[in-house]
Design a protein. Structure first.
Length: 449
């Protein structure tokens, strides 16, 4: 039923019209069907199509690699070579007399770049100098006085020594005479003892014969005993006299309460005084030398306050000239700024979104823009500073970060090997570079294991 509704009836032509149409068809000539010949394509067109296909594949591959590099590597937004600035300061206030120095000119460490003169002297230093001169004169007088006292005491010791030697000789002679007397006395007592012994032997024989009484024998025995005692006493006197001779030869005194002679005792007292004075003399000389050294320093300071050379503390190209020859400059005012080309690094700036991926010691690659070879130089992150453009850096670097950098992280990169720079072109300081590192470090940097 639906088919009947959807179908439409074709309009019916009149019979006369249909007949005329059939007649016209019959009048048309019959033509046989012939297939069309195949179309031939030129060889140049085929080569062009193949080349276009290869180029399309190459472009697609390059775009793919670029996208892969873009999403797998983190690149710095801005980077450049930076260096340490060494400031040459004025050593003292005065008028500058500088050489003809220009930025870019290389200077060597210790090279004299000019002088500064100030003919006005410091009154305080002059007062200190006069005080030191007075102290030196006092020290000299003290040294001379102590040396004179030491000399007097040494003369007294020499005189006492001479007197002691004379007294010693006299004592030795006297004690020698006493030895002779004691020996003579010993000889007499020995002779008396020998006589008494013979007399005792004779009386003893007579007593045995009954010729002499026992009482006489006893008196003879007593006489012999006294003679023996006198011999012992005489020997003791000789020994004592010999000891006195030895004591006299040594300058000792055996008689009385003192064991040393007066001359010897006095010499020892004077020697003690000399030792004390020598200590005072040494201290006075040290004070004199110290004061003289301070005077030399004062003279040097006075000389420096009048004129001083201005040496360069480092070698490198001049970055800027801060003062001119003929100007008056205060002390410690910068005169020149010199690049320290031995301390170069790369200053790079990354987005704060990548701050969590950057840390000190992280390996990176550095490419110097415009380099002929275009090689990558390995390096490591030395420091990371957030707040670029908001936090002011120190003034000891050649190129400070731009103030327009917002929401970026400043990274200092230390290179593993020195750059080949041109000192006549400020060691390439300020030259642009690019710092790159992998997002995922598990595979290593640029595929390195």
């Amino acid at each position: 039923m639906s088919d009947r509704k959807s179908s439409k009836k074709l309009p019916e032509l009149p019979e006369s019209e249909s007949k005329r149409s059939l007649a016209r068809l019959e009048e048309l000539p019959l033509v046989a069907y012939q297939p069309l010949p195949p179309t031939s394509v030129p060889v140049q067109v085929k080569a062009f199509r193949a080349l276009r296909l290869v180029m399309a594949l190459g472009v697609a591959t390059a775009v793919g690699l670029m996208l892969q590099q873009h999403y797998s590597n983190v690149r710095s937004r801005q980077a450049f070579i930076n260096a340490e600035i060494v400031k040459v300061r004025n050593p003292l206030a005065g008028d500058l007399q500088l050489k003809n120095l220009q930025p870019g000119q290389s200077i060597s460490v210790g090279e004299n770049i000019g002088t500064v003169k100030n003919l006005r002297q410091s009154s305080e230093l002059e007062v200190n100098k006069q005080n030191l001169i007075s102290q030196i004169e006092q020290a000299k007088q003290t040294v001379l006085g102590v040396e004179a006292q030491i000399g007097d005491r040494r003369q007294s010791i020499a005189k006492l020594n001479q007197e002691a030697n004379s007294q010693k000789d006299l004592g030795v002679d006297y004690e020698g005479q006493q030895i002779d007397i004691a020996k003579n006395q010993l000889d007499q007592t020995l002779f008396a003892a020998k006589t008494a012994k013979k007399e005792l032997e004779r009386i003893a024989n007579l007593a045995k014969q009954g010729v002499i009484s026992q009482d006489k024998l006893e008196r003879s025995q007593l006489s012999f005993n006294r003679a023996q005692n006198e011999v012992k006493n005489a020997r003791s006197q000789v020994n004592q006299a010999e000891q006195k001779v030895k004591a006299a030869q040594a300058g000792l005194q055996l008689d009385g309460s003192r064991t040393l002679g007066y001359s010897e005792i006095r010499q020892r007292e004077l020697s003690t005084d000399i030792n004390d004075m020598q200590q005072q003399l040494a201290e006075a000389k040290v004070r004199q030398q110290t004061t003289e050294a301070e005077l030399v320093k004062i003279d040097r300071q006075l000389s420096l306050n009048q004129q001083a050379k201005i040496p360069s503390p480092t070698s490198g190209p001049i970055w800027s000239v801060e003062s001119k020859s003929g100007e008056y400059a205060e002390a410690s005012v910068p005169i020149l700024e010199v690049l320290n080309c031995q301390n170069l690094w790369v200053e790079a700036f990354f987005s704060e979104r990548d701050a969590g991926k950057i840390y000190p010691g992280k390996p990176v690659k550095v490419r110097l823009l415009g380099a002929e070879n275009g090689d990558l130089v390995s390096g490591k992150v030395e420091s990371v500073r957030a707040g670029s453009g908001r936090v002011q850096t120190g003034g000891d670097i050649a190129v400070p970060p731009p103030d327009s950098l917002r929401r970026q992280v400043a990274v200092r990169v230390k290179l593993d090997r020195p750059l080949e720079v041109n000192s006549t072109q400020f060691c390439d300081v300020g030259r642009s570079a690019e710092v790159v590192f992998k997002r995922d470090m598990r595979g290593g940097l640029f595929g390195d294991k």
